[in-house]
Design a protein around this ligand. Sequence first.
Ligand code: SF4
Ligand code: FES
Length: 249
Amino acid sequence: MNLTLKIWRQKGPKDAGKIVDYPVKDISPDMSFLEMLDVLNEELVNKGEEPVAFDHDCREGICGMCSLYINGEAHGPQRLVTTCQLHMRSFKDGETIYIEPWRAEAFPVIKDLVVDRSSFDRIIQAGGYISVNTGAAQDANNIPVPKADADKAFAAATCIGCGACVATCKNSSAMLFVSAKVSQLALLPQGQVEAEQRVLSMVKQMDEEGFGNCSNTGACEVECPKGISLENIARMNREFFSAAVMSEE
Ligand code: SF4
Ligand code: FES
């Protein structure tokens, strides 16, 4: 496949940045999107030019590091896959592909396609944990959990913190991510002890980081590579309002 890539290049956080055209030739349809970028970068390095900076780690859809906006869609045209799982067979020979970083005030660009997502880490640090001692795995399993709750908690826990929900949302809202992280603990008995403080702290931190609010458009759910449900946002809102009322008493 021969392609024209239109890639966002930005030297650093203060640089204005611009789209630069790069032709790439002989790309195998079986390559992943990131492998295609590796080919381009090898060519750039061989020519003595600066390679394109982009984030990646596991390349297996697990770590949540890859983060490209491809032809106007977070993680590209396929549903339920991350950029590292996207294959070039999803594109046509001769196609022009636009590649941009996540766009959100709370995700400032570091360089080219790499953005700073440490705001997510600070939200987790604010309350996304259980500090009660639940014992070893065997002991923890002594606490009965209804199957339906366990399934919902597991589904919420599949969020990999990639930030596609934020990048997709017209309000740059982080509520799908935060609600998944609240829900995975709120649904389990072990998570009840700190439930009120958790949701209050995480929502407070989310607001402080500059994320927008949810207006129920649902774009986040469509583009989420892990299929995290909007149901989690409804649960987080219920948890938040009840915790806010209790904390005022
Ligand atoms: S909710 Fe989905 S899109 Fe958002 S961070 Fe988690 S996995 Fe990524
Ligand atoms: S590189 Fe880890 S999810 Fe894509």
